[in-house]
Design a binder for this molecule. Structure first.
Ligand code: ZN
Length: 66
């Protein structure tokens, strides 16, 4: 579980991990072929799915405020 290579062109990937309300999301991007996708708990997911989660009004982080 260290650095991964682009499945398209085998170049090293740039990964950025962010924490959203629902958990950690890792953005993987390839500088060579300019692909981007997300990993959720080690699984690939679509960009649309993560953006949908970010926009969820009932994200757990909103409930932290008391
Ligand atoms: Zn690539």
């Amino acid at each position: 579980m260290s650095t991964s290579d682009c499945p398209g062109c085998a170049a090293p990937l740039v990964t950025i991990t962010i924490n959203v309300g629902a958990g950690e999301r890792t953005l993987c991007s390839c500088a060579k072929c300019d692909r981007r996708w997300w990993q959720v708990e080690g699984r690939l997911t679509t960009l649309d799915g993560v953006i949908h989660e970010l926009g969820q009004p009932e994200a757990p982080r909103l409930r932290y405020r008391r």
